[in-house]
Design a protein around this ligand. Structure first.
Ligand SMILES: Nc1ncnc2c1ncn2[C@@H]1O[C@H](COP(=O)(O)OP(=O)(O)O)[C@@H](O)[C@H]1O
Ligand SMILES: [Mg+2]
Length: 93
């Protein structure tokens, strides 16, 4: 069931492309000016994924997180992934 909180006018083509990406487990990037309906389309995608019992997580890019690598993903990454360094380290005292 598609609940968008209102009529999702004129987005059939975008929804088809996004649904195809979802079903193929591909990524998708939604671009457009502010107010164009990007967040609304993304929310519909999340709902479609949820309806299909796909795991869903939602995060948000912020100005402060811009300075961190993958900062926008930080809230949904396991803590260990954020603290573990990929580089071996040695300390001697
Ligand atoms: N296809 C649409 N039909 C009707 N209203 C829409 C549609 N897409 C977005 N809206 C409305 O337009 C406003 C801006 O949408 P939003 O998704 O927040 O835009 P963006 O994320 O691109 O800034 C919201 O009030 C939303 O409900
Ligand atoms: Mg938005």
């Amino acid at each position: 069931m598609l609940e968008t909180g209102g009529p999702l006018a004129g987005r059939g083509r975008e929804l088809s492309a996004l649904t195809a990406a979802l079903m193929a487990r591909r990524g998708a990037v939604i671009t457009g000016p502010a107010g164009a309906g990007k967040t609304t389309l993304a929310a519909v995608c999340l709902q479609l994924a949820g309806d299909r019992e796909m795991p869903v997580a939602r995060t948000r890019a912020t100005h402060p997180s811009q300075r961190l690598p993958f900062g926008a993903l930080a809230p949904i990454l396991p803590t260990r992934a954020l603290t573990a360094s990929p580089w071996p380290a040695r300390a001697s005292f």
